[in-house]
Design a protein. Structure first.
Length: 372
């Protein structure tokens, strides 16, 4: 294949990746896949996974746009077309029926129900298959789905908004707002790209949050998840008042919640989910496994410090996003991370710097677990 052909493939796959990015946070438990169909150098069909409205995969959406023109076309897709009957018919079968000539895919699907069978079906049908175009970019975009398949849990992004000395509140508990409006708007964009927003009971008590995406137009709201062993949260609260805007899941310990509290939340429309307890806290590994069994692939954790520490100690933080504000609160302020029990530097979790940028008057730095 010539360099010109490779460049053309990369250009169209980049287009497919842009489409795939638009579905993040909206299509769980499916992966957010992008697809572009090209014929004679012209795009004739585009698609992204559409779980919320038509329940179609990206390839089927793009084929519907292309119509009969798909015959003899090249299909660019960010993940191997599925080969099994699920809530929708196999995409590989749809491509074969459409008579496409070539399929270019970024990567194979590790789902045991697919795992190369989609590529094999296409090849047997005489369709040319090329794998690996912009593979690194596709793996980055599909990290949540891959984590779900390979580890049985969602990918976790931990967000911290802290002062330069690592504080998230004053000695009296005042925390709104440490960072400026630009940083807060960016956080809402990050919420929108995740399946769920997760906080511990301390944050739910002190901030009385809604955990919704706001000022971003009409969007599908993420699942709002609170980890609270005893559900000892104030009542009334904004989560209960906004259940109609998006699901609220309350993770609690077995036998740790009174019947009255359970009834109160259930009547409000929230869902209560039991999680095993280790020591005095909900087991973070089990909590994420439960979220994984329910189909979540990307979780955005917004603290607080004690809950964030439990995730860090368990090695469950994949990405760390820190917004640093140019202010100091001193040692009597609330630290951004609770006790970790580390007495040797070699025992501390290490993160690799991925990105740094100014966001209004604040600085955002993104880190990735060295183990991931």
């Amino acid at each position: 294949m010539s360099q010109a052909d490779l460049h053309e493939d990369a250009r169209h796959m980049a287009h497919a990746l842009v489409l795939g990015g638009r579905g993040l946070g909206n299509v769980w438990p499916w992966p957010s896949v992008g697809c572009v169909i090209v014929k004679d150098g012209r795009v004739i069909g585009r698609g992204v996974t559409d779980r919320r409205e038509t329940y179609r995969h990206a390839e089927v959406v793009a084929l519907a746009q292309a119509g009969d023109a798909a015959k003899g076309a090249t299909v660019y897709v960010t993940l191997e077309p599925c080969s099994h009957q699920g809530t929708t018919p196999p995409c590989a079968e749809a491509l074969i029926k459409a008579g496409v000539a070539r399929v270019v895919a970024s990567m194979g699907d590790p789902n045991p129900q697919v795992a190369g069978a989609g590529f094999q079906a296409l090849s047997v049908a005489g369709i040319s298959v090329d794998i690996g175009c912009l593979a690194d970019q596709a793996r980055e975009q599909l990290r949540g789905f891959l984590c779900h398949i390979e580890q049985g849990r969602p990918m976790v992004t931990l967000k911290l908004a802290a002062t330069l000395d690592g504080r998230i509140a004053t000695a009296t508990g005042e925390s709104q707002w440490i960072t400026g409006p630009n940083a807060r708007r960016m956080v809402h964009g990050m919420r929108m790209a995740h399946d769920a927003v997760l906080v511990g009971s301390g944050t739910a008590r002190s901030d009385n949050p809604t955990l919704t995406v706001r000022d971003m137009g009409k969007v599908t709201q993420p699942v709002r998840v609170v980890a609270s062993r005893r559900l000892n949260l104030p009542w009334p609260n904004r989560l209960a008042e906004t259940v109609g805007e998006g699901p609220v899941w309350l993770m609690h310990g077995a036998g740790d919640v009174t019947t009255d509290v359970q009834t109160q939340w259930t009547n409000a429309g929230a869902e209560l989910i039991e999680v095993p307890v280790v020591g005095e806290q909900l087991d973070p590994s089990d909590l994420l496994s439960v979220l994984g069994t329910r189909g979540l692939t990307r979780v955005f954790c917004e603290g607080g410090g004690v809950f964030a520490a439990s995730l860090l100690k368990a090695g469950l933080v994949d990405d760390l996003v820190v917004f640093s504000a140019g202010v100091f609160l001193g040692a009597d302020g609330t630290p951004s991370i609770g006790e970790l029990g580390i007495d040797r530097l070699e025992s501390a979790s290490r993160f690799d710097l991925v990105e740094t940028r100014a966001v209004g008057a604040d600085v955002m730095h993104r880190w990735r677990s060295s183990q991931g």
